[in-house]
Design a protein around this ligand. Structure first.
Ligand code: AMP
Ligand code: MG
Length: 394
């Protein structure tokens, strides 16, 4: 049986390079991966600026009484340097001439007849000098990097309104199973509610993905092939198929993929939960046949599907977290590599992983609390430190 690392290596080799980049507006760019490093087009700040609300004077100005010059407005161009014994009202961010000194409003006293008293010596240290944040040509954002609200603000300040980012992989999602009913329906005996659809739809919101198609069908093979053909019309980079990936009489995922021209590369993986995992390829399109059992579904998405999505957008893989294993649930040794749902928390500067109980791969009661999967290598006992794959942003 194929090991987890072999599957990951296979995925990496099937996606040798990221998808072509695209230019999009800043409003669409949150959590996208930047594909060009960004150099400052000019000095930052581009001119000497005031860091205070107060008054501008000559740098040789001493404390005492000075005459006020006619006021100016925010956004006015750089004023000339006031001569000695005069002062100009300025505001935070106002442009300043060379040789400026500043005094805070709180360190002055208003006098009658357009005069003020400077209660201390004005200081040049209140000036934000041109280029003190960055010089023209300095690299301000590396590539690849994940665009966060702060990076978008930085790009906006530089006038970069159409950053070059990775295109999001187009994802089609087809859920199979004649026993499934909509979560809003009352299942009859033998039926269960479809929980994988909402699981995958919401997981796809938290990863780099563009969901382009979603469908749910029964176990009729012809209907399956028709739905998959319809999904392929949407030119997905990735097809996710829920259920039917095992060897039961109604498990058609492998044969339907082959009928539609996919090559099956992997049929079973030595992973717990999640053994009946199919990986297939047709041209540039990848397909995962994910086991229908919800816990297996969750684990296979995080361990394998995320790997493919991250490679498509050039998102570097983060190393697994190292955590202290909290005793509690008994973690049985297994010949298959195990990814055990856990709750991660940080206590007094230590990251701790509390394993959550699960009875079998259909038991999704632990998933409401799970924010990580702890890795137990094949045939080994779990012990501290343990490696954890976070399942939420951490
Ligand atoms: P399968 O992979 O199709 O053999 O399904 C394995 C188990 O997972 C069966 O007990 C199914 O009822 C269950 N299952 C399949 N699809 C879903 C789904 N969308 N939501 C919840 N359980 C499912
Ligand atoms: Mg099924």
């Amino acid at each position: 049986m194929t090991t987890v690392n072999q599957v990951l290596a296979r995925i990496d080799s099937m996606i040798p390079r990221p998808l072509d980049p695209e230019r999009i507006s800043l409003d669409q760019s949150l959590h996208r991966i930047l594909r060009d490093s960004i150099q400052s087009p000019e000095d930052q700040p581009p001119f000497h600026r005031s860091s205070i609300d107060g008054y501008l004077t000559h740098s040789n100005q001493n404390p005492g009484k000075v005459r006020l010059l006619p006021p100016r407005l925010p956004g006015d161009p750089t004023p000339v340097l006031p001569s000695l014994d005069t002062a100009l009202r300025i505001f935070t961010g106002s442009p300043l001439p060379s040789g400026a000194a500043l005094i805070m409003q709180e360190d002055t006293r208003i006098l009658p007849d357009q005069e003020i008293e400077l209660l201390k010596k004005p200081s040049a240290s209140l000036v934000r000098p041109q280029g003190s944040h960055a010089r023209k040509g300095d690299t301000l954002l590396d590539s690849p990097s994940l665009l966060q609200p702060g990076s978008l603000a930085l790009l906006a300040s530089l006038g970069i309104t159409q950053p070059k980012v990775s295109r999001l992989p187009r994802v089609a999602h087809l859920v199979t199973g004649s026993e499934l009913v909509d979560p809003s329906d009352l299942p009859q005996t033998g039926e269960i509610r479809d929980s994988n659809s909402i699981m995958i739809r919401s997981l796809l919101l938290s990863v780099p993905a563009n969901p382009v198609w979603h469908g749910r069908i029964g176990d009729d093979r012809r209907g399956f092939a028709q739905s998959l053909a319809e999904a392929l019309l949407h030119k997905p980079d990735l097809v996710l198929l829920s259920g039917g990936s095992s060897v039961g009489d109604h498990d058609h995922t492998g044969s339907v993929l082959e009928e539609l021209g996919f090559k099956i590369l992997i049929r079973q993986v030595a992973v717990r939960p999640g053994k009946p995992l199919i990986l297939a390829q047709k041209g540039d399109t990848l397909a995962f046949g994910l086991p229908g059992n919800p816990l297996s579904h969750f684990v296979c998405f995080h361990v394998f599907v995320r790997r493919a999505l991250n490679r498509w957008v050039n998102q570097p893989e983060r190393p697994l977290l190292q955590a202290e294993l909290l005793p509690g649930t008994e973690l049985k040794t297994d010949p298959r590599e195990t990814w055990w749902p856990c709750h991660l928390s940080s206590r007094s500067s230590t990251l701790t992983a509390s394993p959550l109980p699960w009875r079998d791969s259909s038991d999704l009661s632990c998933l409401a609390q799970a924010n990580g999967l702890l890795r137990i290598p094949a045939g080994q006992e779990a012990g501290s430190p343990v490696e954890v794959l976070p399942t939420i942003s951490w």
